[in-house]
Design a protein around this ligand. Structure first.
Ligand code: NAP
Length: 313
């Protein structure tokens, strides 16, 4: 169905940083279900769009904007989300949905009480290969699962001080993307059994982590997250089953079965996210799955900590 200008819903983006500029603004502009009606930005927003410096000012001044998309760091997301929900607005959260599991659950409850939609996004779940991977794995018996998620933090998170502060998740900021895929595609649940987290001696969040999950039948499920990789990133998940091996690469964007690349047709992660949000609004529904954040919280609870050399940006 083609949307006319009148059908578009007004939405505001809060926090105009890397992901807002790289993905959210282009996805909204690309003619989905929304029109960018305003921004909230402490640093000025984007040319040609009305900007507010606080979300409270936006909520007060523009009551016709029914939805907000929050793209700031997780440590400051709860207050903004709660303010928007209390003001009767639908809310879309960048990943991770919050700095704690409990605050995400509180937001889900607030959205329910307010009768508005809350969408805790996991953009990697909308990568082209993820839905076909889930479909292929359904009903198959697992033998072994390995996740290899390594990138250069200086390239992918330049100057992002918040990511090294408590609540910033460190290497789990990208690693949680892998966990969001894992928990979407596996036909069985897993839980963390062991972890080792490497903290630079001058930082509050880890630069690397290894995770071992317990799965039914003792199937080995292992993950390596590392921010010290130079050059091209590795964002791979490999699932060996009794009758074949599935490989997701490029963050879920490519899928191969027994080495054979699978044809994929997909609109892109962020257009797909906004289409899903539009569907939630149409159905007056929410979508809040905190499972990937629970696994990260468990890693901080259970993980053995080792100190590694200081990290300087
Ligand atoms: P970023 O470049 O640091 O941008 C975050 C923006 O949030 C800032 O530019 C700032 O915008 C606003 N902000 C509000 N309060 C802030 C505070 N206390 N400290 C710092 N910034 C504050 O970060 P990002 O990469 O866009 O990441 C934002 C969220 O998107 C994170 O949860 C991240 O996990 C997620 N994400 C990032 C990527 C990626 O590739 N970078 C990919 C997917 C998801 P104003 O100046 O406009 O206020």
């Amino acid at each position: 169905m083609t949307m006319t200008e009148q059908d578009l819903r007004d939405i505001a983006i809060v926090g105009i940083g890397k992901i807002a500029r790289d993905q959210h603004i282009p996805a909204i502009a690309d003619g989905g279900a929304f029109r960018l009606a305003a921004t909230v930005s402490r640093s000025g927003g984007i040319a040609g769009t009305e900007n507010f410096t606080t979300i409270e000012a936006l909520l007060e001044a523009r009551p016709e904007i029914g939805a907000v998309s929050l793209c700031m760091p997780p440590q400051v997301r709860y207050e903004a989300a709660a303010a928007a929900l209390r003001a009767g607005r639908h809310v879309m959260l960048e990943k991770p949905p919050g700095a704690t599991v409990a605050e995400v659950r509180a937001l889900a409850e607030l959205a329910r009480a307010q009768g508005v939609s809350l969408f805790a996004t996991w953009h990697s779940r909308h990568a082209a290969g993820v839905a076909p991977a889930r479909a292929w794995l359904a009903g198959r018996s697992l033998r072994k699962v390995t996740i290899d998620w390594q990138e250069d933090v200086r390239e992918w998170h330049p100057g992002q001080g918040w990511i090294w502060e408590p609540g910033g998740l460190g290497v789990f900021d990208p690693g949680i993307n892998a966990l969001s895929i894992l928990t979407a595609i596996l036909p069985v649940p897993v839980h963390l059994a062991r972890a080792e987290l490497a903290f630079p001696s001058n930082r509050d969040t880890p630069i690397a982590a290894t995770l071992t999950f317990a799965a039914p039948g003792g199937v080995p499920v292992e993950a390596v997250f590392d921010w010290r990789q130079q050059g091209a990133p590795t964002w791979d998940i490999r699932v060996e089953t009794e009758d074949g091996t599935l490989a997701l690469s490029e963050g879920g964007g490519k899928l191969a079965i027994d080495g054979a690349p699978q044809p994929l047709d997909h609109p892109g992660e962020y257009p797909s996210l906004y289409a899903h949000f539009a569907g939630l609004l149409a159905r007056n529904a929410s979508d809040v799955d905190d499972t990937p954040l629970v696994h990260v919280a468990d890693a901080f609870l259970l993980g053995r900590r080792i100190a590694v050399e200081p990290f300087e940006d």
